[in-house]
Design a protein around this ligand. Structure first.
Ligand code: SF4
Ligand code: SF4
Length: 182
């Protein structure tokens, strides 16, 4: 008789414990119903990069003085500065400028130290190509203005709460930004 009572009590305790665990699981599930998904449906949705994001480098040919500081501060001596000396005015004349993004580590040293600010980091990160030689950008490719995620009406831009606070007052026309307030 006594072992049977103990068995029933154990069974009851286990049932209560199992019910508690199931309840805890449901509570966790319910807590997620109030949250927004964090998955980005790329390429139909794209994240708005942070302000200090280091993407493809933009170059302004007319501002470059061919000083080669960018080459000296680059950890891999990457920028190629092709110039000739104009003896009549004793000045360097820039002929060609290129950066190979297949090798660049996007450290930003060249941008930081350029004395004329002709280099800048952009928010562009879609640099994939079938041939890695296509990643060697000359001054024309480097001079192209970056495509802003907000300016692209074919996709939905996803920003974090900080960026949304900044951009709230702006009109986005047909664009909508999902508010990810965490
Ligand atoms: S540091 Fe700036 S100005 Fe000097 S060569 Fe490089 S890009 Fe041109
Ligand atoms: S970002 Fe860094 S690695 Fe790339 S070119 Fe500039 S200094 Fe060199």
């Amino acid at each position: 008789m006594f072992p049977m009572v103990t068995g029933f009590m154990n069974y009851g305790q286990q049932t209560v414990r199992a019910a508690r665990y199931i309840g805890q699981g449901f509570m966790i599930t319910l807590s997620h119903t109030n949250r927004l998904p964090v998955t980005i449906q790329y390429p139909y949705e794209k994240l708005i990069t942070s302000e200090r994001f280091r993407g493809r480098i933009h170059f302004e040919f007319d501002k470059c003085i061919a000083c080669e500081v960018c080459v000296r501060v680059c950890p891999i001596d990457l920028p190629v500065v092709d110039w000739r000396l104009k003896t009549d005015i004793k000045k360097k004349q820039l002929l060609n400028y290129s950066i190979d993004f297949g090798v660049c580590i996007f450290c930003g040293n060249c941008v930081e130290y350029c004395p004329t600010n002709c280099l800048s980091m952009t928010e562009e990160y879609e640099l994939s190509a079938y041939d890695r030689h296509e990643l060697n950008y000359n001054q024309i490719a480097l001079g192209r203005l970056p495509m802003s995620v907000i300016g692209d009406y074919t996709i939905q831009a996803i920003g974090n709460s900080t960026e949304i606070k900044i951009d709230k007052d702006k009109s986005f026309d047909s664009k909508s930004i999902t508010n990810y307030e965490i």
